[in-house]
Design a protein around this ligand. Structure first.
Ligand SMILES: Cc1cc2nc3c(=O)[nH]c(=O)nc-3n(C[C@H](O)[C@H](O)[C@H](O)COP(=O)(O)OP(=O)(O)OC[C@H]3O[C@@H](n4cnc5c(N)ncnc54)[C@H](O)[C@@H]3O)c2cc1C
Length: 438
């Protein structure tokens, strides 16, 4: 193909960060194009189906504590769905299942989190979620792993399983692979209370689906989006940047917004090359490469919630929709390769090890970790990566700017953080385009 076009800005990636950035720039009167590798927008937010039921393969839950996504949800005029609370919980401790009441489970988590994040006499370890720069001893907190801190806690066997399982679900990774600071940031953003944190992370979702939400954002802005357009190269020459797709089309602009997942940046050739610090982070990747499976059961009298150690193929399952005799469950595990979530037999082998009465009649999921356009699930910094990401991506590289869930000041690894980053980056791009004209 020989297509060649001129723009004020080219945005790479049509996830929430890219769509928010493109919309903002278009509102400033800029000529913008969005180049998206997939045949749909939304990136890691993708509403699909399990039989006749709508399910979220990626991003799901939103909350009014997440100001950017909440504003979009309200403006879009969509409907809130509340997921049911946990049914009777079975927790696996020392290889044996035992029942635990939800209130007791929640109290264990609150107590463990309070010790973990050192509230009480010494105050919260991180008071201001949006202010990493002024956090005393941030580097030392970032260098610790979640497991390093758990090792210093004096936990009973039940507490240990409950806390490690819950925090592994949040991280979609093992506790030894994730920075302590990553989880302090989440705890701080959700008001230092377990009830609020559960509400923020896994209670309310968009009935029509997150795909519909981002489609409304793009449609209302009238964005020029080119699907099936994976970007191969970004060349900065003089005062222009030339973006080349894998099929040879070129798009020239004054600025480029790279709104790709951090893990995918390495797969685009930049000339001049990006800083070593940026490339090193993209090659190291963040830690979340876990499992999300959705499955359907029929005719269960009460339903099940199951909690197991992080190294189990699934360490938390819970029903998220009940319609008559039908239950739709979600399950999470730290290893995205543990089994194939689209293979019903494989799913049922895993479920039967967790509870003899659990049998799925349909199942689905998406392998985000080997998907070349995500290479992971939600952004989850490894030890040391929170500060390194903030430093490495603080400045653009010439005319190439960066946005994504990994660059949020607040909700890192969320749709909210992706929008926050897209908006702030668009402001910086606009400022620099105006400086050109001055
Ligand atoms: C299983 C799962 C569960 C999640 N649960 C939640 C949740 O409940 N709540 C929540 O808020 N968040 C959740 N998230 C996280 C959320 O999906 C992300 O934080 C957010 O969608 C990231 O937006 P983004 O724009 O930064 O990146 P992305 O959505 O990944 O967008 C980047 C875009 O770049 C495209 N791209 C990649 N490479 C190229 C290339 N070479 N050329 C062109 N385009 C390219 C991709 O296809 C993609 O569309 C979840 C994610 C997953 C995977």
């Amino acid at each position: 193909m020989t297509e060649h076009q001129e723009f004020d800005a080219v945005v790479l990636g049509a996830g929430f960060a890219g769509i928010a950035a493109a919309r903002e720039l278009k509102r400033q009167g800029r000529k913008v194009v969005v180049l998206e590798a997939r045949d749909r927008i939304g990136g890691r937010a993708w509403t699909s189906r399990l039989g006749s039921h709508k399910v979220e393969m990626g991003a799901t839950w939103i909350h009014w504590f997440q100001p950017y996504i909440w504003a979009e949800f309200i403006r879009a005029g969509l409907t809130l769905h509340e997921d049911p609370w946990l049914p009777p919980i079975t927790i696996w401790v020392d290889g044996k299942p035992q029942g635990i009441a939800f209130e007791r489970f929640r109290q264990i988590l609150q107590d463990c989190w309070s010790v973990f994040a050192q509230d009480g006499e010494t105050g919260h370890r991180m008071e201001l979620p949006y202010d990493l720069d002024s956090l005393d001893g941030a580097a030392a907190l970032d260098d610790l792993s979640v497991q390093d801190v758990i090792d210093g806690m004096n936990l009973t066997p039940v507490e240990r399983v409950a806390f490690r399982a819950e925090i592994s679900v949040q991280m979609n990774a093992l506790p030894e692979d994730v920075s302590f600071l990553s989880q302090l940031r989440w705890w701080s953003a959700s008001g230092w209370q377990i009830g609020l944190m559960i509400d923020c992370l896994a209670r309310y979702k968009v009935e029509e689906g997150v795909s519909r939400l981002i489609e409304i954002m793009a449609e209302r802005a009238g964005l020029d989006i080119r699907l099936d357009s994976p970007v191969a190269r970004v060349d900065q020459t003089g005062d222009r940047v030339v973006v080349t797709t894998r099929d040879g089309r070129t798009f020239t602009a004054g600025r480029v917004v790279t709104a790709l997942p951090m893990n995918c940046i390495k797969n685009v050739a930049f000339a001049p090359p990006l800083s070593e610090a940026k490339m090193a982070l993209s090659h190291e990747e963040h830690a979340a490469k876990g499992m999300k499976v959705l499955f359907q059961t029929e005719g269960e009298p009460t339903g099940h919630a199951i909690v197991a150690e992080p190294d189990a193929p699934l360490n938390l399952i819970n029903p998220i929709r009940i319609e008559g005799e039908t239950r739709i469950y979600v399950g999470f595990g730290a290893d995205g390769q543990a089994f194939d979530p689209t293979d019903l037999d494989a799913v049922n082998r895993v479920l039967s090890d967790l509870h003899p009465d659990l049998k799925a009649v349909a199942a689905t999921g998406h392998d985000w970790s080997t998907d070349a356009f995500s290479l992971g699930t939600w952004h989850m910094p490894r030890p040391g990566q929170n500060l390194r990401v903030a430093q490495a991506f603080a400045e653009p590289e010439g005319r190439v700017f960066f946005a994504g869930d990994y660059l949020a000041k607040g909700w890192v690894g969320f749709m909210d953080g992706a929008i926050e980053s897209g908006l702030l980056t668009a402001d910086r791009v606009e400022e620099s385009l105006r400086a050109d004209a001055a």
